[in-house]
Unconditional design. Structure first.
Lengths: 213, 255
C-alpha cells in the first residue's frame, strides 16, 4: 500500500487545506507540492481546485507547473483531480474559454438546466459498472451514497468522445454529467470528496490504494 | 437527485456554544469542536458556525476554533459573524471553512462580495439577510442589519438584485417576524424569493416543528438552517430527515 509519498498540489486553490486534512484523517502525512521539482518527487498526486478553470490554468502556467503535471500523468503515476482540478484534466472549459491540460478527452460547459446554479449540495452517483476501475474506485461505497457537489460547470455526458472514461455520472435538472472520471492512472472527482463525510474519505482511501476503513 | 440540506447552526461565544444544547449524551455540548463532529457524524449536511459577538466587538471570527472543527468534521463548514474584509474571509477558508456568510457588512461594503467570489468562487459567499414585512417596500419586505435590530433603506428585492450579481452563491433568508415564533417559515417570502433568485435558497428562523421544514422544502427551499429545534432535543437531524423522506423529499440518509 503506498500511503507514503503522497503529494497535494498547492497552487493557491482554496481547498488545499481541506484536502490535506482529509488525507491526514486517513493516517497519511501528505507532502505539499509547489514546484516542478516537488511534482517529480511524489509517487501519487492530488490536484485540488476551487474557483474558475481559467484562473487555475493561469496559476499553473505562472508557477511553471503545466508541463510537469502533464509529464507526471504520462509517467503512469496516479493523479486525482478534484472539482476544478478534475475539469482541467479535460481539453477545454467554457469557463473563461480556456484550453486545459488535455489529459482526458472531454470538454467542460455551463449547466443549461433551469434549476438554481451552482449545483450545490449532496447528490448520488450512477456508477459505470463496466468501467475497469469500478470495483477498486467504489470499494466500500454503497450504490446510493451521496457526495458533496458545488459547481456551475461540468463535463456533460454527451461531451465525451469515449464514454469509457466515465466512471460515474450524476444528474441535475435533467443534465447528466461526469461525477467521476478515470483512465488508468488519471482519476477525477467533480464532487468535493474531502467534504463528503466518510463516503468521500473512502473514495480518497481507494485512490490512495488503502484498505477499506 | 440533489438532496435537500439540513444545516445545524452553532452560535459561539468565547469559544463555547451558547444556546442550550442538551441532546447529546457523553459530549461536552458547549464544545463547538465536539458538537460539530457529533452533528457531522449524525447526518448534518453542512454546519454553520456563527461567532455572535465578533461583529459587535469588531474582531474577526475565532480562526483556531474553525481549524479545530475542520480537522474533525468532513462536511462543508460556513462561518458567519465578524467578517469585515477580504483577509478575514481568506483566513476562514484557509482554516478549513468552505463558505463565509455576509450579513450586516454586505450593504456597507458590497465590493467585499466580488472580492471574495472572484478569488474563491461564488460558492464561497453566502448572502445572509434579515428581513421584516413592510408594506411601504415594493417587495413587501425591508432589509435589516445588525442582527435584525437596525433598519436600512433597502427593499429586499432591490437589495438582492444589487447584491447577488456581484458573486453570491447562496442566499440565506431569516424572517424577523417569524424568528423564534415557532409558527413556521414565512411562505409568502419563500415564494417571492424562489421566483426571483436563481441561486440556492436557505431558509432560517421560524421552524418549531418538523412539518415546518417539510413545508419549506415543498415550497422550494433548497436547505434549512436549524438551531433550537435540534439543539433542544425536540428532534434530531436524523429524525428530521426521516420525516422529510417520508414526505417524499429527497434527503441524504447515508452518513
Amino acid at each position: 500500500m503506498s500511503f507514503e509519498n503522497i503529494g497535494i498540489l498547492n497552487y493557491g486553490a482554496g481547498n488545499f487545506g481541506s484536502v490535506k486534512r482529509a488525507v491526514e484523517a486517513l493516517g497519511c502525512k501528505p507532502l505539499e507540492v509547489c514546484t516542478a521539482k516537488d511534482v517529480q518527487r511524489v509517487s501519487r498526486l492530488i490536484f485540488p481546485g476551487v474557483g474558475s478553470a481559467k484562473q487555475a490554468m493561469m496559476k499553473l502556467d505562472e508557477l511553471d507547473l503545466t508541463s510537469p503535471l502533464k509529464d507526471f500523468a504520462l509517467s503512469g503515476r496516479p493523479l486525482l483531480g478534484i472539482c476544478v482540478g478534475m475539469q482541467i484534466l479535460g481539453e477545454w472549459s467554457e469557463e473563461g474559454d480556456v484550453a486545459c491540460l488535455g489529459l482526458l478527452p472531454f470538454r467542460v460547459t455551463r449547466f443549461r438546466c433551469r434549476e438554481p446554479i451552482p449545483h450545490m449540495g449532496w447528490n448520488a452517483v450512477d456508477w459505470n459498472q463496466s468501467h475497469p476501475l469500478f470495483a477498486s474506485a467504489s470499494r466500500g461505497i454503497g450504490p446510493d451514497a451521496n457526495f458533496y457537489f458545488v459547481h456551475s460547470y461540468a463535463a456533460f455526458s454527451q461531451a465525451f468522445e469515449q464514454s469509457s472514461f466515465l466512471l460515474g455520472t450524476t444528474s441535475y435538472g435533467g443534465d447528466r454529467f461526469a461525477g467521476f472520471v478515470a483512465d488508468k492512472n488519471i482519476w477525477g472527482a467533480q464532487c468535493h470528496i474531502e467534504k463528503s463525510g466518510k463516503t468521500g474519505l473512502q473514495f480518497l482511501r481507494n485512490f490512495l490504494g488503502g484498505e477499506e476503513g | 437527485m440533489l438532496k435537500k440540506r439540513i444545516i445545524p447552526c452553532l452560535d459561539i461565544r468565547n469559544g463555547r456554544v451558547t444556546k442550550g444544547v442538551s441532546f447529546l449524551n457523553n459530549i461536552d455540548v458547549g464544545d463547538p469542536v465536539a458538537l460539530a463532529q457529533a452533528y457531522s457524524q449524525r447526518g448534518a449536511d453542512e454546519i454553520v458556525i456563527y461567532d455572535i459577538d465578533a461583529s459587535a466587538e469588531s474582531r474577526p471570527p475565532d480562526f483556531s476554533t474553525i481549524e479545530r472543527i475542520a480537522a474533525q468534521s468532513f462536511v462543508p463548514i460556513c462561518i458567519g459573524g465578524g467578517i469585515a474584509g477580504f483577509s478575514d474571509a481568506a483566513r476562514c477558508i484557509a482554516s478549513g471553512a468552505e463558505k463565509v456568510s455576509l450579513n450586516s457588512i454586505a450593504p456597507k461594503k458590497p465590493e467585499l462580495i466580488s472580492e471574495i467570489s472572484s478569488h474563491f468562487g461564488v460558492q464561497a459567499v453566502v448572502l445572509s439577510l434579515d428581513v421584516r414585512r413592510d408594506a411601504s417596500c415594493p417587495s413587501g419586505y425591508r432589509l435589516f442589519v445588525r442582527g435584525g435590530r437596525t433598519s436600512t433603506d433597502w427593499d429586499m428585492m432591490q437589495w438582492l438584485d444589487f447584491a447577488v450579481p456581484r458573486g453570491v452563491g447562496e442566499v440565506c433568508v431569516n424572517s424577523i417576524d417569524e424568528d423564534g415564533m415557532k409558527n413556521g417559515y414565512d411562505l409568502d417570502l419563500l415564494r417571492i424569493l424562489k421566483s426571483a433568485i436563481h441561486v440556492p435558497l436557505i431558509v432560517s428562523g421560524g421552524a418549531g416543528h418538523v412539518s415546518h421544514v417539510i413545508e419549506a422544502f415543498d415550497k422550494g427551499a433548497d436547505a434549512a438552517l436549524v438551531a433550537s429545534i435540534v439543539h433542544s432535543g425536540e428532534t434530531t437531524v436524523e429524525n428530521l430527515k426521516k420525516a422529510c423522506l417520508a414526505a417524499g423529499l429527497p434527503m441524504r440518509m447515508d452518513w
